[in-house]
Design a protein around this ligand. Sequence first.
Ligand SMILES: [Zn+2]
Length: 365
Amino acid sequence: MMICKHFLIEPTKEQEEKLFYTLYLCRKLYNYSLDQRIKHYKEYGKGLTYEEQQNMLPKYKKEHPEYKTVQSQILQDVLRRLDRAYKNFFDKRAKYPKFKDRYHYTSITLPQCEAKRNFGKEGYVYIKNIGHIKIKAHRNFDPTKVKTINIKYHAGKWYINLSIEVEEEKEKTVIRKKAIGIDKGINSIAATSDGELYSNPRWLQKSEKKLKKAQRQLSRKKKGSKNREKQKKRLAKLHEKVANQRRDYLHKISYNIVKHNDIICVEDLQVKNMMKNHKLAKSIANAGWGMLDAFLEYKAEREGKIFIKVNPAYTSQRCSGCGRIVEKDLSVRVHKCECGLEIDRDVNAAINVLYEGLRQLGITA
Ligand SMILES: [Zn+2]
């Protein structure tokens, strides 16, 4: 079984240039291959396979000599990613593959690690054409067990993600401990892929109730009256108190999550907001979702951990056990699937967020 380990790496300026250029070339190839598949389908009524595209690769490289600077294995992985994107689409797990811009093509994968070659120098990872890149952590893995190397650019930093072969026993605990997905719900503030639900604590609910009451009282006071001014002041104080309480609570949650995990995956709220209706948008604001993300992000960054935002499409409808789409509206609290899985709907979503995050990091489960 495979587990994943992640380290910050520190490429030199020159290496970083090369990495960016490699990303650019890989993305160009990805988009070219996608275009090729679309055109082929239009012309012949059937798509291209991975094998067919791989066979075209030598000709493409001849026509584009700049690709000499990228290992063939890395380029083959580009085509494999596209093939996976199509498979996910055909299996109804994702939308039709899209052309990628530089914000959505952020990693390269070396699918076959060679221990001596790639990890021969202590404290470095060697990538052909790029050089020995410094790993910013003590190496606590066995290089001979590393299967694939993935290098990812995220939020101004570079990471190396290794998939490592381990015995089955260890695998579960490591993955569980290291990576977490978080779904920001409506009934609870957050649900995690570990099955934890962070609900709105009762004292906070109480304060919020008080706040609402004070608001009602204010509307009953006569405009311009002294009492109204007094009530206004009281209300402002209450507002501040509730805001503080909520912030403290979110600090506590985010501290806990970051402390116990190395990769934190959350939904991209910008996308999520766009998908939802107005009523929901209001409760989003209430629950302080954006604030929780912000706290998670800066704490993760401070601790050298990975924080990643994923596309929330399908995360609540898809079964985290088997991949089926199980449609349910917001009132349905439990995810129940034909495959036998029956869990809290937000926890199911959180597990999907985790999977999507790992996939984006190039750690395919
Ligand atoms: Zn299922």
